[in-house]
Design a protein around this ligand. Sequence first.
Ligand code: ADP
Length: 599
Amino acid sequence: MSIRGRLLALAIGGVLPLLIVGLTVLGIVWSEKQNQLNEGLEQQAELAAVVFDRWLDAQYQPLKTIASYPPNHLNDKSALVENLKAALRNRPHWIDLRVLDANGKAVATEPVGAGNLPPGLAEKLVGEVGRGVPDVETDWTLGEGRYLLAVAVPLEAGGAVVARIEGAALKEPLHGITLPDRAVVTLLDQRYRVVYRSQTPESAIGMDLSNSEFLSALQNQNTGLVVVKSSIDGVERVYGLGRVGKTGYIVMVGIPSAILYASAWRQLMGYAVVGLIVVFCTMTGALLIARSIARPVRLLNFAAEEFGGGNFSARAPTDGKDEMSRLGMNFNAMAERLQKREERLAELDRLKSEFVSTVSHELRTPLTTIKALTRLLMRDGLEETKRREYIETISVECDRQIDFVLNLLDLSRIEGGVLRVTHERVEVGEVISSVVKSEARSAEKRRHELRVEPQPEVPPVCADPKELRRVLSNIVENAIKYTPDGGRIILSAGKEDSHVVISVTDNGRGIPAEDMPILFDKFHRGRPAPHSVAMAEGTTNAEFLEDADVSGVGLGLYLGRNVMEQMGGRISVDSEVGRGSTFKLHLPLWSDGGCNKPE
Ligand code: ADP
C-alpha cells in the first residue's frame, strides 16, 4: 500500500469512529426531539379535551339548577315551564329543553311545540344519567351534516333534564384554542363520528372514523399519539389524542409531520452539515498532508530510478527544512559522490586504454628499430664503424626497454605496497655525472646544451644509488623531451638546511598552473597550450607540433615521487609556461651514524 494510501487509511480510521459517534448522537438528539414534540402534541390534545369538558360543564350547569329543585316543584308544571323558559332564554344555540321522567317520557318541554326526541334517545339519556352523572349524546337525526348535542343531567327522583344544543356552538370554545400553524382540531363522539373539525368542517362533519387507526392508538389510556394519513384530506399528520372525561368523546390535535418536525429537522441538518464540514476538512487536511509527504517520496523515488538507470545528474528536490528535504540532501550528496566516482572510473578506463596503447607504442618502436638493425648486421660486408654504431644503438634501445619494463614493475610494486629501496651513502656528484653522461647523446640529438653547474663541496646523501639515478635520469629525459630543440638544461646540487638538493632547470615549454596539482598523478600527461610553446625561446609552432608528439606514458614523475618518499626525500617543481621548469630532488644528508630511515 502506498504512503498516501496508508495516511488516508489513518485519516479514515480516525474520522470513521467520529462519524459513527456523531451519527449516534444525532440519532439520539432526533428521537429526543421527536419525543418532546410528540409529548407536546399529546398535551395540546389533552388541553383541548379539558376545554371541551369545561364547556360541557358550563352547559350542564343550568340543567343541574333545574334538577336541584325539590320534587314538589318539579310537579308544578307551570313553574317548571317558567324555569325552562328562563334557562333557554339567553342561550341562542340551545334548541329545546325538557324534563324526562324515569321512563324517558317528557314531563315538560320548552318551547312547547318542540316535539319529541328522536326514538331511543330519551331512553338512552335517562339510562346513562341513571348512574348519577351527566351525559352527552349526539343527535344526528336532523340530517344534511347537521347535528345536535343532547346534554342531560340526572334527576334525584329518576329521569333527566335534557337540553339539545346546536352543533355549531362547539365552534366557540374549540376555536379559541391556540394551536401551532396548520394544526387541525377534530372532535369525535362516542361512535367516532366527527362532530367538529377546525379545517374543512362541512365535508368532515358526521364522517365515521371508527375503522381508522386512531382508535388503536388510544386503547385504554386517556391520551395517545398516532401518525396517520387523514382520510378526510389525505395529509399525513401526527395526531395527539385526548379523551374528554367520561363522555366517550375524543379530541384529536393533528399537525402535518413535515411541519411538526421541521424545526427539529433543520437543527439536525445543521448539526449534520457542521459534521460533514468537519469530516470534509479532516479528509482534505489528511489528503494535503498525505500529498506533502508522498510527493517528495515520489520525486525521490523518481530521482533514484533515474540515477539507477544511468542518469547520474538526477537529483532529488530539497526545498524546505523537514526530514524529507534532509533525506533528499543526503541522497544528493550520495549521488554527487557516486557521480564523481563514476567519472573517475570512466577517466581511469580512458587512461587505462590510453596506457595500453602507449605501452604498445613504446615497446613496438624500439623493437622495430632493433629488428631492422639486426637485419642490417646480418648483411655481409658491413663496415666496422657502421657495425659498431648499430650495436651501440641496439644496446641503448635495449637499456630503454629495460628501464621502461622496470618502471612498469615499480608501478606494480608501488600499487602492491612492496616497493623497497636501500639506504646507502651516495655521492651526489657521481650520480649527476653518470646521468649527464648517459643522457648526453639524446640531448645532443636535440641540439640541447646539457651541462652541470660548478658546485662547491656537496655532502654525501642517504639514498638508493640505482633508484636515485633512475629518478634523476627521468627528470633530465623530461627536460630534454619537453624543451624545444636547441634548449638549455642545467644540473646543479647544493646543501639546503638538512638536505641536499639536486636541481634540473630547463628553458622549455613550462607546465600550466592548472596541471600542477595533478602533475605527479599516475598516467598524467600534460598537453602544452599552443601559445606557451610559441613563447618559448627560439621555438616555432612547427617545433611545438613535433614536441607535442613526444613519447611517454605519464609514469616517470609518479614513480619518482614515490621512490623519493621511500628514500626519505621529496620532489618539488617550479615552472612558468613558456619560460621553463626547475625540478628539485630533496635528499636527506648522510650522517656517520647511517641513515635516518623514514617511518
Ligand atoms: P611522461 O614524460 O612519460 O609523459 P612523466 O610522469 O615523466 O610522464 O611526466 C608527466 C608530465 O609532466 C609530462 O607528460 C609533461 O607534460 C610534464 N612534464 C614533466 N617534465 C616536464 C618539463 N621539464 N617541462 C615541461 N613539462 C614537463
